[in-house]
Design a protein around this ligand. Structure first.
Ligand code: NAD
Length: 262
């Protein structure tokens, strides 16, 4: 097994690539030799991430894509195939929290939106990318789920449910695709400093409570995007060639703990 660049000669689609974990994954994949297809709903930031990956020597195309829109997803997969002729890695990373509300005020639009992006998006990308992986006889799909899909917190009904469903979709897709040598796994980040959590971090810093960020996990700190990107790189690469149907918590020990008081 080579210890050189992990994704040399491989093509990877990364959604939600304009920010946070997706941007860190794009940069890391570029450093490891991948050719990239980057997607997000935010064009300017996406272009900046694409430019950074190009500076690392990667071939890059990018396209504004809403992962919950089937036509746009199909166009993204078509772009990957037209540009590179192959798809080796699919990172379903785009996600939204939606509104955090209690059960009584939970509105249907919030549920629909969160499920459309966090669950249906990965389902659609898999629908269009997996046939090409099957035909090639190899591929790796990595879904960014969350510790919220393993353990629930009050108020995050739609988000937690979407991520729990994504973990189970990961496992069913792994069963469907395993015999074709197409692997499907998920990473479950804990609290990571990204665009998604900016409000939480800003509030903690503004109120002098920064030390509390990540204090619930065993490592007593929050995580950074590159720490998730390295886990995604492992699952995307041939180093994890016998790993499928798994969800890997990258959370500083958060979900390992009973979180007993005291
Ligand atoms: P982020 O907000 O920095 O990045 C998410 C990206 O997804 C953004 O660039 C956003 O524009 C994009 N996006 C949103 N809706 C989209 C859509 N419909 N189509 C395409 N792109 C879309 O946040 P992040 O933390 O880097 O999030 C990446 C993934 O990690 C998400 O799936 C999130 O649920 C998951 N996650 C994050 C944390 C955390 O603490 N930050 C924890 C657990 C899981």
């Amino acid at each position: 097994m080579s210890t050189g660049p992990r994704l040399q000669g491989k093509t990877a689609i990364i959604t939600g690539a304009a920010s946070g974990i997706g941007a860190a994954t794009a940069t890391l994949f570029a450093e490891h030799g991948a050719s990239l297809v980057l997607a997000d709903v935010v064009e300017e930031a996406l272009a900046a991430v694409a430019a950074k990956a190009e500076e690392k020597g990667a071939k890059v195309v990018y396209k504004t894509t809403d992962v919950s829109d089937e036509e746009q997803v199909k166009a993204l997969v078509d772009l990957a195939l037209e540009t590179y002729g192959q798809i080796d890695v699919l990172c379903n990373n785009a996600g939204i929290t939606g509104d955090f509300t209690d059960m009584n005020s939970e509105d249907q639009e919030n549920w629909k939106k969160v499920l459309a992006v966090n669950l249906i998006g990965p389902v659609l990308l898999t629908k269009y990318a997996a046939p090409h992986m099957k035909e090639k006889g190899c591929g790796s799909i990595v879904n960014t789920a969350s510790v919220a899909g393993i353990r629930a917190g009050a108020g995050s009904n739609a988000y937690s449910a979407s991520k729990a469903a994504l973990i189970n979709f990961t496992k069913t897709a792994a069963c469907d695709l395993g015999s074709f040598n197409v692997r499907v796994n998920a990473v479950c980040p804990g609290l990571i400093e990204t665009g998604m959590t900016k409000m939480v971090f800003d509030y903690a810093r503004d109120t002098g409570k920064e030390a509390k960020l990540g204090s619930r996990c065993e490592m007593k700190r929050y995580g950074l995007p590159h720490e998730i990107a390295f886990a995604i790189l492992f699952l995307a690469s041939d180093e994890s060639s016998y790993v499928t149907g798994q969800h890997l918590a990258v959370d500083g020990g958060n979900t390992a703990s009973l979180n007993l008081p005291g």
